[in-house]
Design a protein around this ligand. Structure first.
Ligand code: NAP
Length: 286
């Protein structure tokens, strides 16, 4: 299977795994996909996401690099299975795409010394194989979180593949990654979900329905990440609890500041506040 070609394995053929498969195949790499579900394997083959698909990990025996693209809470157990059930060559690189890194990298590196933690900063509100799309990672940051003991040639190999997707590589410690994404990924999910929840608390049905009909681009933008995959949101909180709570606490202080300014009709300071945020936004979204 794919002798002489570079064999890349992908476990978990959903939004991220499927999108990776599409882009890696288009570069001529031989992509071997594993899903729990035979139907997903069929769809993946039909959509050109993989060259070969199976519900069995054994298909990955000859893979040189394996991307684990399962939900966060299945990453460690998948590495455990790969290292104990398959007779993988010690040079095989295992990498993951999980949205949290410290706990995953810590445990996976113990199970497989050639493990390189990763997180593509790209996504949509959709999930599953049908959501897979070409070019999802182009111009997006892709964080790699090696440890001191991670072999340099493995880091370089994953870095090259990630660059070939059009991504911009960041090499960070797992802890730096988790603190950074708490602000710009995990906090926004909780804030956006709270926004939707607050609107649903309007107890006058007529007004609530009216708001739903009038909602336009502003609400679409601000509610998008709060309307995403609930399991992923829970796992962000479970696996990045400390950093997320720190960000949420600061957020609630900022919100209280706004409430105070409005209660006190302090329009001048409110304008200063909004001028500062208008200016600061460009530092996050250029
Ligand atoms: P997804 O679309 O739901 O895909 C995950 C896939 O994993 C599913 O399609 C499922 O395929 C498979 N899977 C589910 N449970 C499994 C299990 N117990 N064992 C093995 N496979 C299982 O989710 P996703 O958005 O691609 O997220 C996958 C990973 O990417 C997560 O770790 C997430 O943190 C990370 N990530 C997500 C985003 C984002 O914006 N969505 C961005 C960056 C990173 P089958 O049912 O066919 O097995």
């Amino acid at each position: 299977m794919g002798k002489g070609m570079t064999n890349i394995g992908i476990i978990g053929l959903g939004l991220i795994g499927g999108s990776l498969g599409l882009d890696l195949r288009s570069q001529g790499l031989n992509v071997l996909g594993v899903s729990r579900n035979p139907r997903t394997c069929e769809i993946a083959l039909q959509q050109g996401v993989v060259d070969h698909a199976s519900i069995h990990l054994e298909i990955l025996t000859e893979a040189e690099i394996i991307f684990i693209c399962t939900p966060i809470d299945k990453i460690i157990s998948t590495v455990e299975r790969l290292s104990s059930e398959l007779n993988l060559d010690a040079t095989t690189i295992i990498t993951d795409v999980g949205s949290v890194k410290a706990s995953i990298v810590e445990q996976c590196s113990q199970l497989w010394s050639n493990f390189v933690g990763g997180h593509p900063m790209a996504g949509t509100a959709e999930q599953g194989i049908e959501a897979a799309q070409r070019g999802l990672f182009v111009n997006r940051p892709y964080v790699l979180t090696p440890r001191e003991t991670t072999p340099q040639e493995s880091i370089t190999r994953v870095e090259k593949i990630v660059q070939s997707l059009g991504s911009v590589v960041y090499l960070l410690s797992p802890q730096e990654h988790d603190q950074g994404v708490a602000w710009i990924s995990h906090l926004p999910v909780m804030v956006s979900a709270s926004l939707i929840d607050a609107c649903m608390q309007e107890n006058e049905p007529k007004i609530r329905e009216l708001a739903q009909k009038l909602a336009s681009s502003g609400f679409r933008d601000t509610s998008r990440v709060g309307g995403g995959n609930p399991e992923l949101g829970v796992m962000m909180a479970q696996y990045n609890t400390k950093a997320l709570l720190r960000s949420l606490t600061q957020y609630s202080q900022s919100l209280n500041q706004v409430i105070n300014l409005i209660e006190n009709e302090n329009w001048e300071q409110l304008e200063n506040f909004l001028q500062n945020t208008q200016e600061a936004r460009g530092k996050f979204c250029s």
